[in-house]
Design a protein. Structure first.
Length: 97
């Protein structure tokens, strides 16, 4: 007997923009079992909304880290640093510190 496709598999086939939809989401806001990930198939609209807020916070943090690394790289290069030089030392030298 063939296994029926899961609801999430059917959803992904119906909407290709949902190919990256996770099977589970973290759900620390749910009482009783805050540690276990919540299967997307049983998630409520509110669960999804909270997961979106958490995912956006992760994206924002990653963008801030990336921007800070780009700034350090640029400062070091502007100070004349080469690929094997220490970036922090070069950036501080550029600022006269």
């Amino acid at each position: 007997m063939a296994k029926l496709p899961s609801l999430i598999a059917r959803l992904r086939r119906a909407f290709h923009s949902l190919d990256e939809l996770p099977d589970t989401i973290p759900a620390p806001w749910r009482e009783g079992n805050e540690i276990e990930p919540l299967p997307i198939e049983v998630a409520t609209i509110d669960d999804i909304a909270f997961a979106v807020v958490a995912a956006n916070a992760d994206v924002s943090a990653a963008i801030r880290r990336s921007s800070a690394l780009e700034r350090l790289h640029r400062l070091a290069r502007e100070a004349g640093a080469l690929g094997t030089d220490r970036a922090v030392d070069a950036a501080l030298k550029r600022e006269g510190r």
